[in-house]
Design a protein. Structure first.
Length: 406
């Protein structure tokens, strides 16, 4: 049965959009009138029109953000909780979507589900928007008849992840701003201001103090070779970007990140919290441990962790316990391994994993607050020493003249 998109008036001041299934365009209009709506525009579904015309070009949803995914999940969860069927829920979400790309995605999902595909299969056609974790959980929810509960779990999971990301960004925003402003000020001083003032010392008959000579030398370098500094920064950024595109390059960068003081420990605890939270969610949704590991491991953002955890997954698949396999991985803290062992023995692994995830999240937040609170005065001190050194280097020749006159 054909599907149509519509724009209709609810009253004089309110319009609604949606999707409706009907035998024909006239039948769609009749259905809308029966619903108490005044049709303004009723058109055949875009995706179906494209399919009828021939092979369709793959739709791109790269312009959609993580926030769009969160809103989509939250709204769909609420509709299914209210016992609205999936097709009707997608139709309502289409009318509420404020981005054209999101509307196209919902239309495509609606069309695939209406034509007999499962919701998880429809989602799997858009892996650039729906992560593998999301698709696998939806598949589990469909199989168990708990789709609304799985969507609620996903909504909570995505909300926690976003909350953590916002904490990190908020904590680092002020230090990053201070460093950026400080670097710009120093660059302007050395490349523009100091060269203007250096003419004061050009006719100086005595040898300039060492700090002043160093300052003028650095200033000359900035003035004549500022382009080389910018080029070096661009080349460095390009090398990092190129390395991040290859698996071997990412592994080197991730290894380096883990061995940077403070940053390495924060990265480790963040990854452990994410891994435990994801694994807990998957096991709680009904997936066996080995399959949950298969889905959870790719969600980590560190290639070093992924490589070691693949070994754990293979050993679990061969019959080893999760805790026993994790003992062989160096980056897993003894506390985590012991908690895993307790969870497995007590049959409450998902609960223990969730508790451990909360602990590591709290530790990461606390350490991040300490680091940023210490970082701010350190940045101020370093910038103050640099600027104070510049001022002192400028004043030393004047002090020297006064001493010679006396």
């Amino acid at each position: 049965m054909p599907t149509y998109t519509y724009l209709a008036k609810k009253n004089l001041n309110e319009s609604v959009e949606g999707i409706i299934v009907a035998d024909s365009q006239d039948n769609a209009i009749d259905k809308l009138i029966e619903m108490g709506l005044s049709p303004v525009k009723v058109e055949p579904l875009v995706s179906e029109t494209r399919r009828a015309a021939g092979p369709a070009r793959a739709l791109s949803f790269s312009g959609l953000s993580r926030r769009d995914l969160n809103v989509f999940t939250s709204q769909l969860k609420s509709l299914l909780r209210a016992r609205v069927d999936l097709l009707k829920s997608l139709s309502i979400l289409y009318g509420q979507a404020d981005k054209e790309r999101l509307k196209n995605l919902i239309i495509d999902l609606h069309s695939r589900v209406k034509n007999g595909a499962t919701f998880s299969d429809a989602l799997s056609q858009h892996k650039d928007f729906f992560p593998s974790l999301y698709i696998n959980l939806i598949k589990t929810g469909e199989a168990s008849g708990r789709l609304d509960e799985v969507l609620e779990e996903l909504d909570n999971f995505l909300g926690k992840e976003d909350e953590f990301r916002m904490h990190v960004r908020a904590a680092m925003a002020y230090p990053v701003l201070m460093v950026s402003v400080g670097v710009c000020v120093i660059f302007v001083l050395f490349s523009y201001v100091i060269p203007k003032l250096s003419s004061i010392f050009s006719d100086f008959e005595y040898e300039l103090p060492m700090p002043t000579r160093v300052m003028l030398g650095v200033s000359d370098f900035f003035k004549t070779s500022w382009w080389a500094i910018l080029l070096a920064i661009v080349v460095f950024a390009a090398v990092i970007a190129q390395m991040s595109k290859s698996q071997a390059g990412r592994a080197k960068l991730d290894w380096l990140k883990l061995h940077i003081p403070v940053v390495g420990d924060l990265s480790l605890k963040q990854s452990l919290a994410r891994f435990c939270m994801t694994l807990s969610l998957l096991i709680r949704s009904g997936l066996p441990v080995f399959q949950a590991l298969q889905v959870a491991i790719p969600t980590l953002e560190n290639a070093v962790f992924i490589k070691d955890l693949e070994i754990v997954r293979k050993e679990v698949l061969e019959g080893s316990s999760l805790a026993g396999s994790m003992k062989k991985v160096t980056f897993f803290p003894p506390f985590l391994v012991q908690m895993m062992s307790v969870g497995e023995e007590g049959g409450k692994l998902e609960g223990v994993l969730n508790e451990v995830a909360n602990i590591y999240t709290q530790e990461t937040d606390a350490k991040l607050k300490i680091v940023t609170s210490l970082l701010e005065p350190v940045i101020i001190l370093v910038l103050g020493l640099i600027l104070g050194g510049i001022v002192l280097a400028m004043l030393l020749p004047i002090f020297q003249i006064n001493l010679l006159i006396k």
